[in-house]
Design a protein around this ligand. Structure first.
Ligand SMILES: Nc1ncnc2c1ncn2[C@@H]1O[C@H](COP(=O)(O)OP(=O)(O)O)[C@@H](O)[C@H]1O
Ligand SMILES: O=P(O)(O)OC[C@H](O)CO
Length: 504
């Protein structure tokens, strides 16, 4: 009889697609099922997902991964779960039905509520590590309670549950038995105190959110319940959970203070491990929980950019100038080096370090000779320039990076990786397993399932595969920086004009 191999399955519930990936006993990916699902933009600045799309793509991809394991006599030791963070759902505890679509992290509908709370910004930052911005869950919950008929009274009566996507999926995957989250996801709500690691009554009062809505908060490698046998036929433990960006930090093996990664998916998120005490930025970066294991928390400093790969999707789906994302590489290579087109992809405001929710996208420098290729290249370039802004902010905070570990859908584009190295003037490393987000959750599940003893045991499992060294033309670099900064400035002036119009 052949030996039974052990594996873990990770569910990666991202902004644009859901994946289920089987990682074998040495944490190599051996099977992937992936399904994209629609994005909804009901009003300018609003972004929603249908929760049933999220659930159905999760069920379908997970069942495909489980079938692969069955066919190959693989024993599933545990399930890891990573998710788009901050995205907010409220559901009925009795029926499990959601009250409103998922309000996605990119959604800006609560910009004015956040503006009114600006005077609390520093106080909020010291408690949560975050800012007063529509990005985070608290004002999204409040919006649902105030806009869905009877929601607030039902919440106060204890009939409703709130969750980020991890909580919602754990609830559904366990047949409504568990209402849980992990510390990394809790730390993105603006309701969680990252100093004492608890939901915070003062924050709940500030955002007018009843405590009865909240899930219990657990370690990242912990017992999150078991799969519902009625739906899945097997009772497998869910034992590793983290927000996708923190999971990528784990998947890149950044367990020591100062180690960093940047993920280029729908958005772009640079996280640097800041050790066992929260460190607070003076440059508008966030402080967040990197992971909690056995009650011990490791923190990270984070720079968040709202639009990265999403801009490539916009070129493909809204402008129709790209047949597929991968074609952006070929088009970018056709454009002259010193072109003048600048795209600021602020479709859902600007994140770090500007934090301007009313900013909107813009294209500068068009001439009669500008082509689709110019716009495509300038869009790819804009992601590098935004990353440069993050790195500059980190440097001012005393974090000096000499290399950058990258991952996420966009880094399949080698032209982009090279341009990034040139812009940042540092070495860019791309790992062998680019699915580091899913890998991080596999490590967490593997840890709890006893496949390894310590997080450090994973450090060498995902070596670098490609390295991009900077090829810097100083004059060109200066010109590009100058144009980018001028374009951002103009965009911010437009945002101010828009804010004044709304006040009139
Ligand atoms: N070759 C490519 N060049 C540039 N962008 C790409 C390429 N391939 C995928 N992308 C972008 O990467 C994103 C998907 O990355 P992924 O990490 O799966 O994101 P998410 O987890 O946010 O759904 C999409 O927005 C897509 O436009
Ligand atoms: O879907 P991603 O991978 O771009 O990640 C979204 C982030 O978690 C939002 O904070």
């Amino acid at each position: 009889m052949s030996a039974v191999h052990k594996a873990v399955i990770t569910i990666d519930q991202g902004t644009t697609s859901t994946r289920a990936i089987v990682f074998d006993s040495v944490f190599a990916p051996v099977f992937t099922a992936q399904e994209e699902y629609p994005q909804h933009y009901p009003r300018p600045g609003w972004v929603e997902h249908d929760p049933e799309d999220i659930w159905q793509t999760t069920v379908s991809t997970l069942k495909q991964a489980m079938a692969y394991c069955r066919e190959n006599a693989i024993e599933i030791a545990g399930i890891g779960l990573v998710n788009q963070r901050e995205t907010t759902l409220v559901w009925d505890r009795e029926t499990g039905k959601t009250l409103y679509p998922a309000i996605v992290w990119q959604d800006r509908r609560t910009a004015h509520q956040c503006h009114k709370l600006k005077h609390k910004e520093e106080w909020l930052h010291q408690r949560t590590g975050l800012r007063c911005d529509p990005y985070f869950s608290a004002t999204k919950i409040c919006w649902i309670l105030d806009n869905v008929p009877h929601a607030r009274e039902r919440a106060e009566a204890g009939e409703l549950a709130f969750g980020t996507i991890d909580s919602f999926l754990i609830w559904r995957l366990t047949g409504g038995k568990q209402h849980l989250t992990d510390t990394t996801n809790a730390s993105r709500t603006n309701l969680f105190n990252i100093n004492d690691m608890n939901w915070d009554n003062d924050l709940l009062a500030l955002f007018d959110v009843p405590a009865s809505l909240l899930p219990e908060v657990k370690n990242c490698a912990d017992d999150f319940g078991k799969l519902d046998t009625t739906e899945f036929g097997e009772s497998i433990p869910i034992c590793g959970v983290a927000g996708d960006q923190q999971a990528a930090l784990i998947g890149q093996g950044c367990y020591k203070m100062g180690e960093a990664k940047t993920t280029f998916g729908t958005g772009c998120f640079a996280l640097v491990n800041s050790g066992s005490e929260p460190a607070f930025s003076e440059q508008n970066l966030l402080t967040t929980v990197a992971y909690t294991l056995n009650g011990k928390t490791c923190y990270a400093m984070e720079g968040s950019i709202f639009v990265a790969g999403a801009a490539i999707q916009w070129l493909r789906d809204s402008l129709g100038i790209l047949p597929c994302a991968a074609d952006s590489e070929k088009l970018a290579r056709q454009v002259e080096e010193d072109h003048q087109v600048v795209v600021v992809p602020a479709f859902t405001g600007l994140g770090a370090p500007y934090w301007e929710p009313l900013a909107r996208g813009a294209i500068f420098g068009l001439t009669r000779g500008s082509t689709a290729a110019h716009v495509v290249r300038a869009t790819l370039e804009s992601v590098s320039y935004q990353t440069q802004d993050l790195l500059n902010a980190m440097r001012c905070d005393g974090i000096d990076t000499t290399t950058m570990n990258v991952d996420g859908g966009m880094v399949q584009n080698s032209w982009f990786c090279q341009f990034l190295a040139n812009t940042l003037d540092i070495t860019v490393n791309r790992p062998k397993v680019m699915e580091t987000t899913a890998l991080g959750a596999a490590y967490l599940a593997g840890l709890h399932a006893g496949l390894k003893d310590n997080i450090e045991d994973f450090a060498a499992l995902n070596p670098q595969d490609s390295t991009f060294e900077p090829e810097v033309d100083d004059i060109l670099k200066k010109k590009r920086q100058h144009r980018w900064q001028a374009a951002v400035k103009a965009t911010l002036i437009m945002a101010e004009a828009e804010a004044n119009l709304e006040c009139d």
